[in-house]
Design a protein around this ligand. Structure first.
Ligand code: SAH
Ligand code: SF4
Ligand code: F3S
Length: 488
């Protein structure tokens, strides 16, 4: 197969005109592909790895693909188009892609299935090189900044069958107005900003997602108003560092249009809280260093904003936090938690923790356990440190041996589970407001929903309750879920 490389020049053209042209071009190409595919009964599958931002990107890809006359299937063998939306935050996320590629190769050979690979991993040069060498059967590779160009890439493949690598090394523009096909009809994710400027020393995200850029307040609020009109009840505002929303724009005096008084994350929360029909607002992830009082006050004042705050700790050791470039100390983190506990009634916390960062001593790890002990998190997402090519921590010499990392991970897990059991018991006998999501996946006689603190609650009740936010009495607790009854 001849190789055709569509590489972009590193010239960032800014301004609304260019963006409008790009959208028009994509919508045109969607029509062209739709016409080519008409009456062919084509199918596609999509495999999404990674975080909620990637899931939201996949919803955008599905929106475009379905407009191009493909219908979704879970069955890879049945697909005419297979799309991978990849993640590279840890090694195991990368391994998943290579495993799956081995599996789909036969479909390519047997029926010429189009294989498209996109997302964060494709922004890494060594990975694209590995694909060229070891998995040369792919048709399209696209990055995080060129996702919206998927219709153009697909059109070219259908016309010329020449392999395309469509990757942009600099930050892409924020593209609005493309179709989206959402996975759920009660809860929706809304990306409010792209990229990250923090460069935590272990993390690959800033390299693959580029610098922070915020969507305009008007685009966000109109999207949420539309969701409310369609009957959505819960929105999750997404970004790598949501509480620095519009900060770069303010600091660098990049012009943006204020809309309904929105010029910061706190004012955005307040404006979303006013949207009729939306009953719950969540956001992920904020950074502890940017938790200013205006944000805490907005969470306190806005009745729809859930009082579960995801506050990524990463490590409890001030020394490790410094080397991680997190810009807060153990004491500052704990003081922030205390302040929020005082200011926000019924506040709860969840967190992310990395064990085995280079140089982590037994004493450092004890500090992490100490913070877990003190805060009493609702949920802890635990990760074993994974070396990422190109990040400063990968070059550090004092890497921790695998067995120590695993042993510490198990100790942390044990403490987290003990704490969770205690936390669970506190729920029994209380009344919790639960947003009912629909039938439980594990037991179709039961409905499932979530508390404000994001705990899963199952109950026996009629399906008509789906989409309703109702008070439930918690009758029993189990490790990963609670059981409830409709409160009298
Ligand atoms: N911007 C968000 C989420 C980033 S990725 C935040 O700062 O919270 C999600 C989580 O993955 C991080 O919070 C971190 O705990 C974990 N993570 C990132 N890089 C990692 C690495 N190299 N090894 C292990 N875990 C990592
Ligand atoms: Fe990664 Fe840190 Fe940015 Fe989160 S804040 S995405 S952990 S660099
Ligand atoms: Fe992974 Fe990219 Fe998200 S690296 S965690 S999918 S931003």
């Amino acid at each position: 197969m001849k190789q055709y490389i569509l590489m972009h020049k590193q010239t960032k053209t800014s301004g609304g005109n260019n963006v409008t042209k790009q959208i028009e071009k994509q919508l045109e190409d969607i029509q062209k592909v739709a016409k080519l595919n008409e009456g062919k009964n084509l199918k596609y599958s999509i495999l999404t790895m990674g975080c909620q931002l990637n899931e939201n990107d996949s919803e955008k890809l599905c929106g475009m693909i379905e407009k191009m006359n493909y219908t979704k299937t879970e069955n890879l063998a049945d697909s005419n188009l297979i799309v991978f939306n990849t993640c590279c935050v840890r090694e195991n996320a990368e391994d998943r892609l290579f495993g799956k590629l081995g599996e789909v190769k036969k479909y390519k050979e047997e029926k010429g299935t189009i294989i498209a690979i996109g997302g964060c991993m494709m922004q890494e040069k060594h990975i694209v090189e590995k694909l060229r060498q070891s998995y040369p059967f792919f048709d399209i590779v696209f990055g995080t900044h060129t996702l919206h160009q998927f219709p153009t890439d697909l059109y070219q493949i259908l016309c010329s069958h020449k392999r395309i690598e469509d990757i942009l090394d600099i930050d892409g523009e924020i593209i609005e107005g493309l179709p989206i096909k959402r996975d759920d009809n009660i809860k929706a994710s809304v990306t409010i900003m792209n990229g990250c400027n923090n460069f935590c020393t272990y993390c690959i995200v800033p390299y693959v997602r580029g610098r922070e850029r915020s969507r305009s307040p008007k685009d966000i609020l109109q999207e949420i108003e539309n969701l409310a009109k369609q009957g959505y009840k819960e929105v999750t505002l997404l970004g790598q560092n949501v509480n620095s929303y519009l900060r770069v724009e303010r600091e660098k005096q990049i012009p943006f249009e204020e809309y309904q008084g929105v010029h910061s994350f706190a004012t955005l929360l307040r404006a979303v809280n006013e949207i009729q029909g939306i009953e719950r607002i969540r956001f992920i992830s904020p950074h502890p260093k940017d938790f200013t009082d205006d944000v805490i006050e907005a969470i306190r004042d806005c009745d729809k904003v859930c009082k579960l705050i995801h506050l990524p700790l990463q490590s409890g050791s001030t020394q490790i936090l410094k080397v991680m470039n997190r810009k807060y100390t153990k004491e500052q983190y704990l003081a922030l938690v205390e302040k929020m506990k005082k200011m926000i009634p019924n506040v709860t916390f969840s967190t992310d923790i990395i064990v085995g960062f280079p140089g982590e001593t037994e004493e450092d790890f004890a500090d992490t356990l100490d913070v877990v002990e003190k805060v009493g998190f609702e949920q802890v997402y635990m990760f074993i440190y994974s070396r990422r090519v190109g990040t400063p921590a990968d070059k550090m010499e004092n890497q921790i041996p695998e067995e120590i990392k695993h042993e510490r991970f198990e100790r942390l897990k044990k403490l987290v589970e003990q704490k969770m059991e205690k936390q669970n018991q506190k729920y029994v006998g209380t009344i919790q407001k639960v947003l009912i999501e629909g039938k439980s996946k594990n037991n179709d006689k039961m409905l499932t929903g979530r508390t404000d603190s994001n705990r899963v609650v199952i109950l026996e009740a009629a399906e008509e309750l789906a989409g309703k936010c109702i008070p439930l009495k918690i009758v029993s607790e189990h490790m990963w879920y609670l059981k409830g009854e409709v409160a009298e």
